[in-house]
Design a protein around this ligand. Structure first.
Ligand code: SF4
Length: 63
């Protein structure tokens, strides 16, 4: 699984950072960026949770 953030949709709520801090952080403008795009299989469930919890659905997952 791979992850991408649509920065045009991100509003910096940082919910994703709270759920999977090893994959996301906020940049200097307060928007999320990915630390790694390749998701370890053992982290996929939490990543799906982050994607579905993001208020603007800015997190895109691809198999
Ligand atoms: S939860 Fe969504 S809107 Fe909030 S920082 Fe993460 S990607 Fe951006």
């Amino acid at each position: 699984m791979r992850v991408e953030i649509d920065v045009t949709e991100c509003r910096g709520y940082a919910i994703c950072v709270g759920i999977v801090p090893e994959y996301f952080e906020l940049d200097d403008e307060g928007l999320a960026r990915t630390l790694s795009v390749d998701i370890d299989p053992q982290d996929e469930q939490r990543m799906r949770e982050a994607a579905s919890t993001c208020p603007t659905l800015a997190i895109r997952l691809a198999e």
